[in-house]
Design a protein around this ligand. Structure first.
Ligand code: ZN
Length: 305
């Protein structure tokens, strides 16, 4: 368990948090259908700026109006150079590596009936051993792009890849220098300006196949349990999931640094996610070791190396 913090290095967890982790571990080992929904808080330990609640957070410094398709269409050059390159295509995103929390989630997914929906576009889950068929990046992925022309194949169905934005530099600046300025990349099919494959504030989850919204709805509908990790509950998918969970009586766990009173009906796990997920993994291993009836199932502890 090279990347799992030893118990002695973790923050002390209160009794309620420990009890909730134990309950969730038992449900996971029992084979219940679980959906994990991860947010920006999970990637903070990888050095990525969260979207809200910190002074350096992206939406504290840039009005949310920038994060819209409408604003993009008004002036794609300004949008790329004054907003997108300054907030997202930065070394902290491009050089980030998955942290212990990402790796532990991947291991849990390998051995339980768990699916993963992430709000993060940082690609960090996809750099772990998480099974790809169990992952939906519902807010998009850095490095992929889409067209804005209705009916163009790249506007609703397919994505474009740009491995190196330096190829679009308009003044010799580079990504590495931190001041890259680009000509707006154009769609190879219809030559319209392209924008990142990310869900913007005035777009719907159903606007592009990449967001895989039908699969998310299917997973949420069939799940027994929702587990929120590092999310502020301020975006559509978490609000949708909480509403569905309340309506249908699902068990809901909230792994976060604080217990938001607005969500007092959730089972709170208040701790840094690297600590709470480490304990969750330990509990799963312990239960699997004790359980003589699930010998045919993949074991988490086989995969901890
Ligand atoms: Zn196009």
């Amino acid at each position: 368990m090279a990347d799992v913090k030893p118990d002695s290095d973790r923050v002390p967890l209160d009794a309620e948090t420990r009890a909730n982790i134990s309950e969730l571990a038992q449900m996971l080992v029992d084979g219940q259908n679980v959906v994990f929904i991860t947010g920006a808080g999970l990637s903070v330990a990888s050095g990525i700026t969260p979207y809200r609640y910190r002074q350096d957070a992206i939406w504290s410094n840039f009005v949310t109006e920038w994060g819209t398709r409408k604003r993009f269409k008004e002036d794609p050059f300004a949008w790329w150079n004054e907003f997108w390159l300054r907030t997202h295509e930065k070394p902290e995103f491009l050089n980030a590596k998955p942290n212990a929390g990402h790796h532990m989630i991947a291991r849990i997914l390998q051995c339980t009936n768990t699916k993963l929906v992430t709000q993060n576009i940082d690609r960090l889950h996809s750099q772990t051993s998480v099974p790809v068929q169990k992952l939906v990046e519902v807010h998009g992925r850095l490095g992929k792009y889409k067209c804005i022309t209705p009916n163009c194949e790249f506007s609703t169905k397919s994505s474009l890849d740009i491995p190196d934005l330096d190829a679009f530099s308009c003044d010799g600046s580079t990504m590495a220098s931190g001041n890259l300025r680009v000509h707006v990349p154009l769609c190879p099919s219809c030559h319209a300006p392209i924008m990142p494959q990310s869900l913007f504030f005035d777009e719907k989850y159903t606007s592009h196949a990449f967001f895989n919204w039908p699969r998310v709805v299917k997973w949420l509908t069939h799940a027994d349990i929702f587990v929120f990790i590092g999310t502020s509950f301020s975006v559509g998918v978490t609000q949708e999931a909480v509403a569905m969970g309340r309506r249908t009586g699902k068990r809901m766990f909230n792994f976060n640094l604080y217990a938001d009173p607005e969500y007092s009906d959730l089972l709170h796990v208040v701790a840094p996610s690297s600590d709470s997920l480490a304990l969750l993994c330990e509990k799963i291993i312990s239960l699997q070791t004790d359980d003589r009836n699930v010998l045919e199932k993949p074991r988490l502890w086989y995969r901890m190396g």
